[in-house]
Write a protein that binds this ligand. Sequence first.
Ligand code: SF4
Length: 66
Amino acid sequence: MSNLQEMRTVAHQCPEYVYMGDARASLMAVMDESSNDVRCDTCVHWENNRCAIDMYNRVLTGLDQT
Ligand code: SF4
């Protein structure tokens, strides 16, 4: 799995995802848009190539259990 695909998979499963492109948009509006943009690197919590609130590995661990 590439990093980009992984970030996309994690962001889709992550309860803390907030689209950085328009912070005023509701989650529903975000989900209405192209879901291809839902990735960790479009999330407000993504800083310096990592998740600032340490959700990334937690979500990945959860994915492994499916
Ligand atoms: S950057 Fe962090 S909070 Fe945002 S979607 Fe990815 S794991 Fe979740």
